[in-house]
Design a protein around this ligand. Structure first.
Ligand SMILES: Cc1cc2nc3c(=O)[nH]c(=O)nc-3n(C[C@H](O)[C@H](O)[C@H](O)COP(=O)(O)O)c2cc1C
Length: 173
């Protein structure tokens, strides 16, 4: 289906926009950090790798996030790339105003940022740049340390059309 708009101000229906970009399958991450009040974090789909030399990654965060200003003040964050076993953890870190850290097992990076148990991989970053982008901010992080899970959690958590998926669900075979 093709939908065009001849509205001169190029207003795109928000539901149509969400439905269209929702056809881009991605993994899911939890961006973590810490400050003097303890560990902080939020669920984030918009992670991607930007540059190899220097190693830089990026994510977008809503301007209404209560977590991100604390991460910005701390100056560092860790990207936790989630495994298929972490669907409940993803939902837990998407709920503002709750105890996101209840029953969560984690260990600190050298800089003290939480690496969640069962994550597939993690990247510890310093904030490199931040750009205004509509209702979001684009954050660029310079990678300073990274690691992969020592345990067996080989399958990623996949998000597609507003739902969590397993890789085999996307396999046409
Ligand atoms: C699957 C999924 C993906 C999400 N991706 C993003 C994202 O890329 N950026 C973002 O700002 N919020 C994202 N969210 C929403 C935040 O996790 C949620 O609003 C969170 O509570 C942030 O608000 P807080 O920092 O005030 O707690 C996502 C939520 C879910 C369930």
């Amino acid at each position: 289906m093709t939908t065009t708009t001849d509205n001169p101000s190029h207003i795109i229906d928000q539901g149509l926009f969400r439905g269209t970009v929702g056809r881009y399958a991605s993994g899911i991450t939890i961006i973590t950090g810490h400050d003097d009040q303890g560990p902080i974090g939020f669920t984030c789909q918009s992670f991607y790798s930007v540059s190899v030399d220097p190693p830089v990654v990026s994510f977008s965060v809503m301007k209404t996030s209560t977590t991100y200003p604390r991460i910005r003040d701390a100056g560092t964050f860790t990207v936790n790339i989630l495994s298929r076993d972490q669907e409940a953890v993803s939902n837990q870190f998407a709920r503002r105003g709750t105890d996101k850290w209840a029953d969560i097992r984690w260990s600190p990076t050298t800089r003290g940022n939480p690496v969640l148990v069962e994550s597939l991989a993690w990247l510890d970053c310093t904030i490199w740049a931040e750009h205004d982008a509509g209702d979001h901010l684009i954050v660029l992080g310079r990678v300073i340390e990274l690691g992969t899970s020592p345990e067996e959690h080989p399958d990623p958590l996949v998000y597609f059309q507003g739902q969590y998926r397993a890789l085999h669900e996307l396999d046409p075979a």
